[in-house]
Design a protein around this ligand. Sequence first.
Ligand code: ATP
Length: 250
Amino acid sequence: MSSITVEVQGLTKLFYDESRGEIRAVDGIDFSCAAGEIFGLLGANGAGKTTTLRMLATILTPTDGMARVMGHEVTGEPEAVRRSLGFYSSTTALYPKLTARETIEFFARINGYPPGEARQRVETLVTRFGLDEYADARVDKLSQGMKQKVSIARTVAHEPPVLIFDEPTVGLDVLNALEMQKVIGEFRDAGQTIIFSTHIMSEAERLCDRIAIIHRGQILACDTLEGLRSSTGFRYLEDIFVHYAGQDDV
Ligand code: ATP
């Protein structure tokens, strides 16, 4: 029996916008994830992926419902939740004046990594991500690909059991996108839970152990690719997605 790391029940987020009125960005979703699993949220623009992940990461407060990470509830124990997860988004900024080493150490420490072991952890990550040559350069001097590596290293610096990647390959060239997919696979093999969002069908097909199809704030289907295939009779995820979400919204 696999161990559950993330549990979401009835999770809901409403926004109010003057021109649009009430927006049900996330509308009562349920799912759970296990250790050593890659769980994908697949949805079109505006489906509610980012809002869901931000609630899990304690950046946004849910309007209703419950989410637990490693047994800690996101509204009741936000600090324990933050120590249990790493959140990566292509729009997360790095501090431009810190070096790669300083960045990784800073994030390890603020997320509760034992201070005496932080230096060793930094060196492990610098080596893992091939940052040796650049580790003492200011982050704003690095190439886009190197910045991405520093961002991943900072996300995993405190060795969290749960990793959340919001559209991690957006804006990356093909090689960097493949590297990102490889890294995510390695984290899974190391027993971490990875929840990631994407609108790219091939990425979800290749990477996910289970896929949740999210549309207009609701999860319309959630299963393995094989399970989705047998429920719908379609082979390709694109067709499966259209089956649930409808042609107009793809
Ligand atoms: P994308 O891939 O385009 O980022 P998404 O699936 O991540 O899409 P969300 O960003 O979660 O979708 O947005 C879900 C809905 O909530 C959209 O209609 C969006 O416009 C709306 N929304 C998100 N944030 C806010 C906000 N701060 N105020 C008002 N509406 C918001």
